[in-house]
Design a binder for this molecule. Structure first.
Ligand code: DGI
Ligand code: FE
Ligand code: FE
Ligand code: FE
Length: 189
């Protein structure tokens, strides 16, 4: 088993310093959100630590992991390459780092796309990823404000900003992101 210190060393060695600083920011934000909204801060810390572990792996390696494991979502191979790292991160957390907690594993797996029926831990990690202190993109302060109201309002603001960004760039929108966003809107009433 890996200690938290050993995991931090292993993960930080797989990414540039900027991305590691982002990871530390997501860990802090995720623990805060867990404490505010009744999640488990220890699980939030672990999921945040591992969420982007595969982000800087060569794309060919990320594709190979998905291709070689039929239980992973093969449909991701047909979409934006940015969507692969969360699925690969899920696999790596389980196989290489021995994580077995399904809440932690699913939060890593769905931190980019979201999904229908996001769990409390899914919401915490996905939202922490948007609002960690080092993030600076147009609209991030609005997402932070909404995150103070509820996890759902924060995430809707986050997904809306991603969808808007993809529309402006004339990019394909991964359908699960739309479904995740609509599902959260449905939870508002
Ligand atoms: O890994 P991070 O940069 O911390 O953040 P992330 O895992 O949320 O990845 C977001 C990237 O994924 C961002 O550059 C936009 C890109 N992306 C491409 N298509 C989609 C998408 N993100 C979502 N949520 N949905 C898409 O359809
Ligand atoms: Fe990510
Ligand atoms: Fe995200
Ligand atoms: Fe991230």
């Amino acid at each position: 088993d890996y200690s938290r210190e050993e995991l931090m060393t292993a993960v930080s060695g797989q990414m540039p310093i900027k991305r590691w600083e982002h990871t530390e920011g997501v860990m802090a934000a995720a623990v805060q959100l867990a404490n505010k909204y009744g999640g488990d801060p220890v699980k939030a810390d672990l999921a945040a630590l591992l969420h982007d572990v595969a982000k800087y792996w060569p794309i060919q390696e990320q594709q190979a992991v998905v291709r070689n494991h039929p239980l992973l979502d093969q449909d991701l191979l047909n979409h934006d390459k940015q969507l692969l790292h969360s699925e690969v991160g899920y696999f790596v957390a389980r196989s290489d780092y021995g994580v077995s907690d399904i809440e932690v594993l699913d939060a890593i797996r769905y931190h980019t796309s979201g999904r229908i029926g996001m769990t409390l831990m899914d919401k915490i990690i996905c939202l922490a990823d948007y609002i960690e202190p080092g993030r600076d993109f147009p609209g991030v302060d609005y997402i932070r404000e909404q995150a103070n109201q509820s996890l759902e309002e924060g995430l809707i603001a986050g997904f809306d900003s991603t969808i808007r960004f993809l529309l402006d760039k004339k990019k394909v929108i991964y359908p699960l992101t739309i479904l995740a966003r609509n599902d959260l809107v449905g939870q508002m009433k």
